[in-house]
Design a binder for this molecule. Structure first.
Ligand code: ASP
Ligand code: MG
Length: 410
Protein backbone atom coordinates (compact mmCIF):
# COMPACT_ATOMS: atom_id res chain seq x y z
CA UNK A 1 0.00 0.00 0.00
CA UNK A 2 1.48 3.37 -0.97
CA UNK A 3 2.15 5.82 1.84
CA UNK A 4 1.88 9.55 1.26
CA UNK A 5 2.47 12.55 3.47
CA UNK A 6 0.10 15.47 2.89
CA UNK A 7 0.97 18.84 4.42
CA UNK A 8 -1.62 21.61 4.66
CA UNK A 9 -0.56 25.22 5.18
CA UNK A 10 -2.27 27.90 7.26
CA UNK A 11 -4.66 29.20 4.59
CA UNK A 12 -5.67 25.62 3.72
CA UNK A 13 -6.97 25.17 7.28
CA UNK A 14 -7.81 28.86 7.80
CA UNK A 15 -11.51 28.39 8.64
CA UNK A 16 -13.75 25.59 9.89
CA UNK A 17 -15.20 25.28 6.37
CA UNK A 18 -11.72 24.88 4.93
CA UNK A 19 -10.79 22.28 7.52
CA UNK A 20 -13.83 20.27 6.44
CA UNK A 21 -12.70 20.57 2.83
CA UNK A 22 -9.22 19.37 3.72
CA UNK A 23 -10.81 16.38 5.45
CA UNK A 24 -12.60 15.55 2.19
CA UNK A 25 -9.33 15.68 0.31
CA UNK A 26 -7.62 13.43 2.81
CA UNK A 27 -10.56 11.01 2.62
CA UNK A 28 -10.15 10.85 -1.15
CA UNK A 29 -6.50 9.83 -0.77
CA UNK A 30 -7.59 7.13 1.69
CA UNK A 31 -10.37 5.93 -0.63
CA UNK A 32 -7.80 5.68 -3.43
CA UNK A 33 -5.95 3.07 -1.40
CA UNK A 34 -3.21 5.10 0.28
CA UNK A 35 -1.95 5.13 3.81
CA UNK A 36 -1.97 8.82 4.72
CA UNK A 37 0.01 10.86 7.22
CA UNK A 38 -1.15 14.48 7.41
CA UNK A 39 0.91 17.41 8.70
CA UNK A 40 -0.93 20.63 9.50
CA UNK A 41 0.10 24.22 10.13
CA UNK A 42 -1.83 26.45 12.50
CA UNK A 43 -4.93 28.21 11.14
CA UNK A 44 -3.77 31.27 9.17
CA UNK A 45 -2.92 34.28 11.30
CA UNK A 46 -2.78 32.21 14.48
CA UNK A 47 1.00 31.95 14.76
CA UNK A 48 1.33 35.72 14.21
CA UNK A 49 -1.28 36.30 16.90
CA UNK A 50 0.59 34.07 19.37
CA UNK A 51 3.94 35.71 18.60
CA UNK A 52 2.37 39.13 19.19
CA UNK A 53 1.06 37.97 22.55
CA UNK A 54 4.58 37.05 23.68
CA UNK A 55 5.80 40.46 22.50
CA UNK A 56 3.03 42.26 24.35
CA UNK A 57 4.09 40.60 27.56
CA UNK A 58 7.79 41.22 27.08
CA UNK A 59 10.17 43.01 24.70
CA UNK A 60 12.46 40.00 24.88
CA UNK A 61 10.37 36.89 25.58
CA UNK A 62 12.40 33.93 26.88
CA UNK A 63 12.85 31.66 23.89
CA UNK A 64 11.86 28.46 25.71
CA UNK A 65 8.53 29.98 26.73
CA UNK A 66 8.04 31.59 23.31
CA UNK A 67 8.11 28.06 21.88
CA UNK A 68 5.60 26.86 24.49
CA UNK A 69 3.20 29.59 23.35
CA UNK A 70 3.62 29.65 19.57
CA UNK A 71 3.57 25.86 19.16
CA UNK A 72 -0.04 25.72 20.34
CA UNK A 73 -1.63 26.87 17.08
CA UNK A 74 -0.85 23.56 15.38
CA UNK A 75 -2.37 21.53 18.20
CA UNK A 76 -5.75 23.19 17.63
CA UNK A 77 -5.60 22.55 13.89
CA UNK A 78 -4.75 18.83 14.13
CA UNK A 79 -7.51 18.20 16.66
CA UNK A 80 -10.11 19.93 14.50
CA UNK A 81 -8.93 18.07 11.42
CA UNK A 82 -9.19 14.71 13.22
CA UNK A 83 -12.72 15.57 14.34
CA UNK A 84 -13.67 16.51 10.77
CA UNK A 85 -12.29 13.23 9.39
CA UNK A 86 -14.13 11.14 11.96
CA UNK A 87 -17.34 12.93 10.94
CA UNK A 88 -16.71 11.68 7.39
CA UNK A 89 -16.36 8.15 8.71
CA UNK A 90 -12.56 8.07 8.41
CA UNK A 91 -10.74 6.89 11.51
CA UNK A 92 -8.07 9.43 12.42
CA UNK A 93 -5.80 10.31 15.31
CA UNK A 94 -3.95 13.56 16.00
CA UNK A 95 -0.41 13.56 17.42
CA UNK A 96 1.62 16.48 18.70
CA UNK A 97 5.34 16.69 17.98
CA UNK A 98 6.19 15.21 21.34
CA UNK A 99 3.67 12.38 21.03
CA UNK A 100 5.25 11.19 17.77
CA UNK A 101 8.06 11.91 19.04
CA UNK A 102 10.00 14.40 16.88
CA UNK A 103 13.28 15.17 18.63
CA UNK A 104 15.19 18.37 17.86
CA UNK A 105 18.31 20.14 19.06
CA UNK A 106 17.76 22.76 21.76
CA UNK A 107 18.02 25.89 19.61
CA UNK A 108 14.66 27.37 20.60
CA UNK A 109 12.63 29.24 17.92
CA UNK A 110 14.64 27.64 15.09
CA UNK A 111 15.38 24.09 16.18
CA UNK A 112 16.53 21.37 13.79
CA UNK A 113 15.01 17.91 13.69
CA UNK A 114 17.47 15.23 14.83
CA UNK A 115 15.50 12.04 15.37
CA UNK A 116 11.99 10.78 14.69
CA UNK A 117 10.40 7.78 16.38
CA UNK A 118 8.06 6.07 13.91
CA UNK A 119 6.69 3.21 16.07
CA UNK A 120 3.56 5.07 17.20
CA UNK A 121 2.73 6.35 13.72
CA UNK A 122 3.17 2.90 12.19
CA UNK A 123 0.98 1.34 14.87
CA UNK A 124 -1.79 3.84 14.13
CA UNK A 125 -1.45 3.32 10.37
CA UNK A 126 -1.71 -0.45 10.86
CA UNK A 127 -5.02 0.12 12.63
CA UNK A 128 -6.20 1.79 9.42
CA UNK A 129 -6.09 5.31 10.82
CA UNK A 130 -5.06 8.55 9.23
CA UNK A 131 -2.33 10.05 11.42
CA UNK A 132 -2.43 13.84 11.74
CA UNK A 133 0.80 15.34 13.04
CA UNK A 134 1.30 18.89 14.30
CA UNK A 135 3.79 20.71 12.10
CA UNK A 136 6.44 23.20 13.24
CA UNK A 137 7.05 21.64 16.67
CA UNK A 138 9.34 19.17 18.36
CA UNK A 139 10.85 18.26 21.67
CA UNK A 140 14.41 18.19 23.01
CA UNK A 141 15.99 15.21 24.75
CA UNK A 142 15.23 17.10 27.99
CA UNK A 143 11.53 17.27 27.09
CA UNK A 144 11.42 20.96 26.29
CA UNK A 145 9.07 22.05 23.50
CA UNK A 146 10.77 23.60 20.47
CA UNK A 147 9.63 25.19 17.20
CA UNK A 148 11.36 24.91 13.82
CA UNK A 149 11.29 28.53 12.60
CA UNK A 150 8.58 30.26 10.54
CA UNK A 151 7.21 28.00 7.85
CA UNK A 152 8.60 24.99 9.73
CA UNK A 153 5.63 22.71 9.03
CA UNK A 154 7.12 22.08 5.59
CA UNK A 155 10.18 20.66 7.27
CA UNK A 156 8.07 18.49 9.58
CA UNK A 157 6.35 17.04 6.51
CA UNK A 158 9.53 16.34 4.57
CA UNK A 159 11.24 14.85 7.63
CA UNK A 160 8.29 12.54 8.26
CA UNK A 161 8.21 11.51 4.59
CA UNK A 162 11.90 10.63 4.92
CA UNK A 163 11.52 8.74 8.19
CA UNK A 164 8.49 6.79 6.98
CA UNK A 165 9.96 6.18 3.53
CA UNK A 166 6.83 7.67 1.96
CA UNK A 167 6.27 7.46 -1.79
CA UNK A 168 6.11 11.24 -1.93
CA UNK A 169 5.22 14.35 0.04
CA UNK A 170 2.41 16.66 -1.05
CA UNK A 171 2.62 20.29 0.06
CA UNK A 172 -0.84 21.85 -0.15
CA UNK A 173 -0.82 25.64 -0.24
CA UNK A 174 -2.74 28.62 -1.60
CA UNK A 175 -0.82 28.83 -4.88
CA UNK A 176 -0.90 26.31 -7.70
CA UNK A 177 2.80 25.60 -7.59
CA UNK A 178 6.16 27.27 -8.17
CA UNK A 179 6.03 29.95 -10.87
CA UNK A 180 8.58 31.30 -13.35
CA UNK A 181 8.20 34.67 -11.54
CA UNK A 182 5.86 36.19 -8.98
CA UNK A 183 2.48 36.12 -10.80
CA UNK A 184 1.44 39.31 -8.97
CA UNK A 185 4.17 41.13 -10.89
CA UNK A 186 4.29 39.10 -14.09
CA UNK A 187 0.79 38.09 -15.23
CA UNK A 188 2.38 35.85 -17.88
CA UNK A 189 4.32 33.85 -15.30
CA UNK A 190 3.89 30.12 -15.86
CA UNK A 191 3.67 27.26 -13.43
CA UNK A 192 6.86 25.20 -13.52
CA UNK A 193 5.90 21.51 -13.88
CA UNK A 194 9.21 20.06 -12.64
CA UNK A 195 12.09 21.76 -10.83
CA UNK A 196 15.29 20.35 -9.34
CA UNK A 197 16.07 20.55 -5.63
CA UNK A 198 19.02 22.79 -6.38
CA UNK A 199 16.96 25.28 -8.38
CA UNK A 200 14.22 25.25 -5.78
CA UNK A 201 16.72 25.96 -3.02
CA UNK A 202 18.01 28.97 -4.95
CA UNK A 203 14.46 30.17 -5.67
CA UNK A 204 13.48 29.76 -2.01
CA UNK A 205 16.54 31.58 -0.70
CA UNK A 206 16.14 34.30 -3.33
CA UNK A 207 12.70 35.29 -2.18
CA UNK A 208 10.18 32.86 -3.72
CA UNK A 209 8.43 31.97 -0.52
CA UNK A 210 6.57 28.81 -1.52
CA UNK A 211 8.39 26.49 0.89
CA UNK A 212 10.68 26.89 3.86
CA UNK A 213 14.22 26.63 2.49
CA UNK A 214 15.28 24.17 5.17
CA UNK A 215 12.59 21.74 4.05
CA UNK A 216 13.96 21.79 0.50
CA UNK A 217 17.50 21.17 1.77
CA UNK A 218 16.16 18.26 3.76
CA UNK A 219 14.32 16.84 0.75
CA UNK A 220 17.44 17.18 -1.42
CA UNK A 221 19.58 15.41 1.16
CA UNK A 222 17.26 12.41 1.40
CA UNK A 223 15.78 12.44 -2.10
CA UNK A 224 12.17 12.96 -1.02
CA UNK A 225 9.94 13.70 -4.01
CA UNK A 226 7.74 16.73 -3.36
CA UNK A 227 4.56 17.85 -5.07
CA UNK A 228 3.62 21.49 -4.32
CA UNK A 229 -0.02 22.10 -5.23
CA UNK A 230 -3.13 24.08 -4.37
CA UNK A 231 -5.70 22.97 -1.79
CA UNK A 232 -8.32 24.81 -3.79
CA UNK A 233 -7.75 23.16 -7.16
CA UNK A 234 -7.43 19.70 -8.71
CA UNK A 235 -4.63 20.79 -11.03
CA UNK A 236 -1.20 19.19 -10.89
CA UNK A 237 1.26 21.53 -9.22
CA UNK A 238 5.07 21.57 -9.30
CA UNK A 239 7.19 18.47 -8.69
CA UNK A 240 10.48 19.05 -6.90
CA UNK A 241 12.89 16.20 -7.52
CA UNK A 242 16.38 15.09 -8.51
CA UNK A 243 17.75 16.78 -11.61
CA UNK A 244 17.96 14.94 -14.90
CA UNK A 245 19.40 15.68 -18.32
CA UNK A 246 16.11 16.98 -19.65
CA UNK A 247 16.11 19.70 -16.98
CA UNK A 248 19.54 20.97 -18.01
CA UNK A 249 18.18 21.97 -21.39
CA UNK A 250 16.36 24.83 -19.74
CA UNK A 251 18.82 27.67 -19.17
CA UNK A 252 16.60 29.84 -17.00
CA UNK A 253 13.91 28.16 -14.94
CA UNK A 254 12.69 31.22 -13.10
CA UNK A 255 13.21 34.84 -12.06
CA UNK A 256 13.01 35.72 -8.40
CA UNK A 257 13.26 38.92 -6.46
CA UNK A 258 13.83 39.81 -2.84
CA UNK A 259 13.21 43.12 -1.08
CA UNK A 260 14.51 41.97 2.26
CA UNK A 261 18.11 43.16 2.06
CA UNK A 262 19.89 46.39 2.95
CA UNK A 263 23.17 47.65 1.55
CA UNK A 264 25.86 49.13 3.76
CA UNK A 265 28.89 50.92 2.37
CA UNK A 266 32.07 51.77 4.23
CA UNK A 267 33.42 54.82 2.44
CA UNK A 268 37.04 55.74 1.78
CA UNK A 269 38.69 52.71 3.32
CA UNK A 270 42.51 52.65 3.29
CA UNK A 271 43.43 50.06 0.66
CA UNK A 272 45.73 47.73 2.57
CA UNK A 273 45.76 44.12 3.72
CA UNK A 274 43.63 43.07 6.70
CA UNK A 275 40.86 45.65 6.38
CA UNK A 276 38.20 43.35 4.92
CA UNK A 277 39.18 40.70 7.45
CA UNK A 278 38.56 43.13 10.29
CA UNK A 279 35.15 44.24 9.03
CA UNK A 280 33.76 40.84 8.13
CA UNK A 281 35.12 39.05 11.22
CA UNK A 282 33.33 41.63 13.35
CA UNK A 283 30.08 40.96 11.48
CA UNK A 284 30.60 37.21 11.69
CA UNK A 285 31.21 37.39 15.42
CA UNK A 286 27.82 39.05 15.76
CA UNK A 287 26.23 36.14 13.82
CA UNK A 288 25.29 38.42 10.95
CA UNK A 289 25.10 36.67 7.61
CA UNK A 290 26.53 38.80 4.82
CA UNK A 291 25.14 38.07 1.37
CA UNK A 292 26.98 40.10 -1.27
CA UNK A 293 30.25 41.97 -1.02
CA UNK A 294 31.65 44.52 -3.46
CA UNK A 295 34.95 46.34 -3.18
CA UNK A 296 35.39 48.99 -5.84
CA UNK A 297 38.57 50.04 -7.59
CA UNK A 298 41.08 51.73 -5.45
CA UNK A 299 41.88 55.32 -6.23
CA UNK A 300 44.76 57.06 -4.49
CA UNK A 301 45.08 54.30 -1.92
CA UNK A 302 41.43 54.37 -0.86
CA UNK A 303 38.45 52.23 -1.73
CA UNK A 304 34.77 51.66 -0.85
CA UNK A 305 33.51 48.35 0.52
CA UNK A 306 29.78 47.57 0.20
CA UNK A 307 27.90 44.57 1.49
CA UNK A 308 24.31 43.45 1.86
CA UNK A 309 22.59 41.90 4.87
CA UNK A 310 19.06 40.96 5.78
CA UNK A 311 17.03 44.07 6.77
CA UNK A 312 16.45 42.54 10.20
CA UNK A 313 20.23 42.65 10.80
CA UNK A 314 20.83 46.04 9.19
CA UNK A 315 20.78 48.17 12.37
CA UNK A 316 23.35 46.01 14.08
CA UNK A 317 25.48 45.67 10.94
CA UNK A 318 25.51 49.44 10.49
CA UNK A 319 26.60 49.95 14.08
CA UNK A 320 29.43 47.43 13.72
CA UNK A 321 30.51 48.96 10.40
CA UNK A 322 30.66 52.42 12.01
CA UNK A 323 32.82 51.12 14.82
CA UNK A 324 35.21 49.34 12.47
CA UNK A 325 35.25 52.37 10.13
CA UNK A 326 36.54 54.53 12.95
CA UNK A 327 39.23 51.98 13.87
CA UNK A 328 40.55 51.64 10.32
CA UNK A 329 40.36 55.31 9.42
CA UNK A 330 37.53 55.16 6.86
CA UNK A 331 35.56 58.36 6.24
CA UNK A 332 32.11 57.04 7.04
CA UNK A 333 29.31 54.54 6.57
CA UNK A 334 26.30 54.81 4.24
CA UNK A 335 23.19 52.70 4.34
CA UNK A 336 20.49 52.05 1.75
CA UNK A 337 17.34 50.10 2.64
CA UNK A 338 15.65 50.73 -0.70
CA UNK A 339 17.36 48.02 -2.71
CA UNK A 340 16.15 44.84 -4.37
CA UNK A 341 17.89 41.66 -5.40
CA UNK A 342 16.73 40.21 -8.72
CA UNK A 343 17.97 36.80 -9.78
CA UNK A 344 17.76 34.40 -12.67
CA UNK A 345 17.96 30.71 -11.77
CA UNK A 346 18.45 27.66 -13.97
CA UNK A 347 20.35 24.38 -14.09
CA UNK A 348 21.20 24.94 -17.74
CA UNK A 349 23.60 27.73 -16.79
CA UNK A 350 26.05 25.01 -15.86
CA UNK A 351 26.41 24.10 -19.52
CA UNK A 352 25.33 27.25 -21.36
CA UNK A 353 27.33 30.47 -21.34
CA UNK A 354 26.21 34.02 -21.93
CA UNK A 355 23.38 34.30 -19.43
CA UNK A 356 25.13 36.95 -17.33
CA UNK A 357 25.79 39.14 -20.36
CA UNK A 358 22.17 38.84 -21.45
CA UNK A 359 20.92 39.69 -17.98
CA UNK A 360 23.10 42.82 -17.74
CA UNK A 361 22.01 43.86 -21.23
CA UNK A 362 18.34 43.63 -20.29
CA UNK A 363 18.91 45.76 -17.20
CA UNK A 364 20.97 48.29 -19.17
CA UNK A 365 18.28 48.54 -21.83
CA UNK A 366 15.77 49.34 -19.07
CA UNK A 367 18.11 51.99 -17.67
CA UNK A 368 18.56 50.07 -14.43
CA UNK A 369 21.83 50.49 -12.58
CA UNK A 370 23.52 47.46 -10.98
CA UNK A 371 25.17 47.98 -7.58
CA UNK A 372 26.39 44.47 -6.91
CA UNK A 373 26.49 41.10 -8.63
CA UNK A 374 26.84 37.60 -7.30
CA UNK A 375 26.81 34.29 -9.11
CA UNK A 376 26.72 30.57 -8.46
CA UNK A 377 26.75 27.69 -10.94
CA UNK A 378 23.01 28.01 -11.43
CA UNK A 379 22.08 31.61 -10.60
CA UNK A 380 23.01 35.24 -11.17
CA UNK A 381 21.81 37.93 -8.77
CA UNK A 382 21.98 41.71 -9.13
CA UNK A 383 21.32 44.40 -6.57
CA UNK A 384 19.32 47.30 -8.00
CA UNK A 385 17.08 50.13 -6.74
CA UNK A 386 13.93 48.86 -5.05
CA UNK A 387 11.59 50.97 -7.17
CA UNK A 388 12.97 49.35 -10.33
CA UNK A 389 12.47 45.76 -9.16
CA UNK A 390 9.12 45.21 -10.88
CA UNK A 391 10.38 46.55 -14.18
CA UNK A 392 13.49 44.37 -13.93
CA UNK A 393 11.54 41.20 -13.16
CA UNK A 394 9.11 41.84 -16.02
CA UNK A 395 11.88 42.52 -18.51
CA UNK A 396 13.96 39.53 -17.43
CA UNK A 397 10.93 37.27 -17.59
CA UNK A 398 10.17 38.48 -21.08
CA UNK A 399 13.74 37.92 -22.22
CA UNK A 400 14.43 34.54 -20.65
CA UNK A 401 11.04 32.85 -20.22
CA UNK A 402 8.52 34.31 -22.64
CA UNK A 403 11.03 34.66 -25.44
CA UNK A 404 11.22 30.88 -25.97
CA UNK A 405 14.20 30.86 -28.29
CA UNK A 406 16.53 31.42 -25.37
CA UNK A 407 15.24 28.59 -23.25
CA UNK A 408 15.36 25.47 -25.36
CA UNK A 409 18.60 24.14 -26.76
CA UNK A 410 18.37 23.64 -30.50
N1 ASP B 1 2.51 28.00 11.84
C1 ASP B 1 3.92 28.20 11.61
C2 ASP B 1 4.15 29.54 10.95
O1 ASP B 1 3.22 30.28 10.68
C3 ASP B 1 4.54 27.08 10.85
C4 ASP B 1 4.03 26.90 9.45
O2 ASP B 1 3.00 27.42 9.09
O3 ASP B 1 4.68 26.20 8.68
O4 ASP B 1 5.27 29.88 10.69
MG1 MG C 1 4.24 27.93 4.73
Amino acid sequence: MPLIVQKFGGTSVGTVERIKNVAKRVKRAVDNGNKVVVVSSAMSGETDRLINLTKEVSKKPASREYDVVVSTGEQVAIGLLAIALKDLGVDAVSLTGWQVPIFTDNVHTKARIKKIGIRRINKELEKGRVVIVAGFQGITENRNITTLGRGGSDTTAVALATALNANFCEIYTDVKGVYTADPRIVPNAKKIPVISYEEMMEMASLGSKVMQIRSVEFAAKYGVKIHVRSTFSEEEGTWIQEENEEMEKVVVRGISHDLKESRITVVNVPDKPGIAAKLFSALGNANIVVDMIVQNVSHKGHTDISFTVNKTDADEAEEIAKKVAKEIGATGVERNDKIAKVSVVGLGMKTHSGTAGKMFNVLAREGINIYAISTSEIKISCIIDEDKAERAVKALHEEFIENGKLIVEK
